[in-house]
Design a protein around this ligand. Sequence first.
Ligand SMILES: [Zn+2]
Length: 205
Amino acid sequence: MGGIGSGRRWCYGANNTTDDYRRLDVRRWQRDGFLKPNHSFSWQWTRHGETVASIQVRTEAERVILTYRHRSGSSDWKDESYPVRLDWTPCNFGGERAWFRCPASGCGRRVAILYSGNIFACRHCYQLAYSSQRETIDNRATRRADKIRERLGWEPGILNGSGLKPKGMHWRTFERLTAEHDAFVDVSMAGMRDRLGLLRGLGGL
Ligand SMILES: [Zn+2]
């Protein structure tokens, strides 16, 4: 350890008022000279002049160590501290360009920006997490709707619309099951729309 800048603490902020996403941009850190080894600084996000979040960063030769506290929902605060590897590629006009290696397990993609969640990770990791979680909710709703269809003797598949009341079933039971069925279909369809929107946003459709 030691060297120029060691032990000094700096406070700089992203000062980003339009974007709620807390993100780390390695290009900015490089441009502002924060990536030199053995250097500590505090990075803050502010909104309307108030600090809403901050992390501590310590640089080493090949990586940065991120240290911060976070909580999800109403759970207890949790301390996090882990390294994010740095990578360097040559620029066209000389010099080198810095990159983060995404610290999410099994990823390691070379990216300029990391987004906050429980850990900082690349856009790709968050999209995967988002869509698989979303899909689980939709699938559960679809399965439950199908179960009700089976009980009512309707044709399987939520896109096939509603059927008739089975003989011998009370109207009250039928109305309750139909309402439940429709609620599950709504959830499932909303998820489908979201997924199509997401794909369109990515230029996939
Ligand atoms: Zn990643």
